[in-house]
Ligand binder design. Structure first.
Ligand SMILES: [Zn+2]
Length: 267
């Protein structure tokens, strides 16, 4: 491929390896780890993060370049990408393009907890090799939470514990498992963490199947927003009746994030 960088930095400076080593390489595999996309080549892996507003599109090579089109990877004329570019567009520039030498794990990926879904399920393409061998489960959450006083919702959203469980999915999983988001992480039993882990996996798998939660999270190639939002039980429903018991759902702030739960069904 040929590499065109239209600026030296995005959220962080683009490392020199991207322009020195990536040109001429063939993309052997594409993987995802947390919110990072890895384009694997023999020379190393390009690490892409879309930030808040980034997008990655495969376009005909002669597509006119706009102000926020920062990176083009021209796909090889001999391959299936003939005459096309992989274009990274990012108006707000919170995205990043970084480099990971072969056989190493980038520092940003090293501290991440395991993926919540097993490899190959629900659109995950990650092989698990950089998660330090930890596998997400109720027993794993139980072991990591001992002695922790932080609210279980903050614990579940901590990327060092498990990646990919954002505010919406944490609220929904805690509702499904009947656990109060305010309870100290260290005071949740093993049995209840098993319920919670199952709820996290079921909710993420369903959300992926339904095309994500909101327009902010996901836009299908045809521009349609995801439809999962219509199925939410707790998130965004503070004051509305609990779907289980009909009592009004409570709302409070944990850290910077609004959280909604049922004081009757979640303990
Ligand atoms: Zn309830």
């Amino acid at each position: 491929m040929a590499v065109t960088l239209r600026r030296p930095d995005l959220r962080w400076p683009i490392p020199p390896e991207v322009s020195a080593l990536l040109p001429g390489q063939r993309i052997e595999a594409i993987r995802r780890r947390a919110k990072y996309l890895l384009l694997d080549t023999a020379a190393g892996s390009a690490l892409l993060h879309l930030g808040m507003s980034g997008s990655l599109r495969v376009l005909p090579a002669d597509t006119p370049v706009n102000a926020h089109d920062h990176v083009d990877l021209a796909l090889d004329a001999a391959g299936r990408g003939r005459g096309r570019v992989l274009r990274f567009t990012d108006p707000r520039r919170f995205g990043s393009l970084l480099w990971q030498p072969p056989g190493t794990t980038h520092p940003l990926l090293r501290a991440l907890g395991p993926e919540p879904l097993p490899p190959g399920s629900g659109g995950t393409a990650f092989d698990g090799a950089t998660a330090g061998g930890a596998v997400f489960s109720g027993d794993y959450l139980f072991a990591r939470s001992r002695g922790r006083k932080a609210p279980v919702k903050a614990f579940l959203m901590d990327q060092r514990i498990v990646v990919g469980v954002g505010n919406i999915y944490a609220a929904e999983a805690l509702f499904a498992a009947g656990i109060s988001p305010l309870r100290a992480a260290g005071r949740v039993s093993r049995e209840r963490y098993r319920l919670l882990a199952g709820a996290v996996q079921a909710i993420l798998a369903r959300a992926i199947e339904r095309g994500g939660t909101t327009l902010r999270d996901f836009i299908a190639p045809d521009g349609a927003p995801g439809y999962f939002e219509q199925e939410l039980s707790a998130y965004g429903r503070g004051g509305a009746p609990c779907p289980n018991c009909g009592r009004p759902l409570k709302q409070a702030w944990i850290g910077q994030r609004a959280t909604v739960w049922c004081g009757h069904c979640q303990r």
